[in-house]
Design a protein around this ligand. Structure first.
Ligand code: IPE
Ligand code: IPE
Ligand code: MG
Length: 257
């Protein structure tokens, strides 16, 4: 991975701070080539490398990648086990490289069902890169949006029971504080490759005002050019957050700060 990043002045206008991606289509990519699905997953890892490099160079602040959903355990055991092995091998080969490129690694999801060796590797990767100041790379593994909200509810309920919080303290801001990614900017751009137009239990809470972008390209075929297309689409959108278009345009003409 190249350590070169673009000078800030060259960063395109109105770039998203946070991009969240459902990397879908690995299996179909392999099937089209009459190859086993795992070959598609391996090709998908190569795409991850390219997209991480692209985002780091473009000064994107956060990239969240959906690697394994809480529902993916339903797949055939052989595929799940091959995916776990690929996860371990990828961490072994990539963490040092991420660190050298000033990338901060994070994981979201329920790590407890993962093999112990994998859990400690995840932890080591996070600790090693925690003080890096470049791109924050968030890997969602055994993650589900409903799990995320249930965890927040459990923590808040515990605090109400212990008297640390009152029921009237509960509002959207408070719930947000107990969800994954609470300390990071909300996703500005969501991308799903592979042609399906659904969220598949990804960041349900966090995507409330995210711009959605769907492409038929299969994840192993996705590259910098394809990401640029998504960014162009994002740049052409008007984010109104409930306001009228006139209000948004006036606020741009007279910035408050
Ligand atoms: C996404 O690709 C990767 C994971 C879910 C781990 P798929 O494996 O879902 O590929 P398709 O959708 O079957 O083509
Ligand atoms: C979503 O893809 C999960 C990941 C990419 C990790 P799936 O392929 O599992 O989603 P569905 O089953 O088609 O909704
Ligand atoms: Mg899929």
């Amino acid at each position: 991975m190249s350590t070169e990043t673009l000078p800030k002045a060259e960063i395109a206008h109105n770039y998203p701070k946070h991009i969240a991606i459902i990397m879908d289509g690995n299996g179909r990519w392999a099937k089209k080539r009459f190859m086993p699905r795992i070959i598609g997953h391996r090709a998908g890892v190569k795409t991850v490398r390219k997209i991480v490099e692209f985002c780091a160079q473009q000064h994107i602040e956060v990239l969240t990648l959906f690697a394994f959903s809480s529902e993916n355990w339903r797949r055939p055991v052989e595929e799940v086990s091959l995916l776990m092995n690929l996860f371990v091998a990828t961490l072994q080969s990539e963490v040092q490289r991420l660190h050298e490129n000033n990338i901060r690694l994070r994981f979201i999801g329920d790590m407890t069902p993962f093999p112990a060796q994998l859990q400690s590797m995840l932890q080591e990767g996070v600790i090693k890169t925690q003080h890096n100041t470049g791109l924050t790379l968030v890997i969602a593994a055994n993650y589900g949006g409903r799990w995320d909200l249930a965890e927040a509810a459990k923590t808040i309920a515990g605090k109400v029971v212990s008297g640390e919080l009152a029921i009237d303290d509960i509002n959207a801001d408070l719930i947000n504080r107990y969800t994954a990614l609470a300390d990071l900017p909300e996703p500005d751009l969501f991308i799903r490759t592979g042609g399906e137009q659904r969220i598949s239990n990804f960041l349900l809470w966090q995507l409330a005002y995210t711009e959605l972008y769907f492409t038929d390209e299969l994840w192993p075929d996705f590259d910098g050019t394809a990401l640029e297309k998504a960014l162009q689409s994002y740049q052409g959108r008007e984010r109104r957050f409930g306001q009228t278009s006139d209000q948004v345009l006036n606020a741009q003409k007279t910035p408050s700060s």
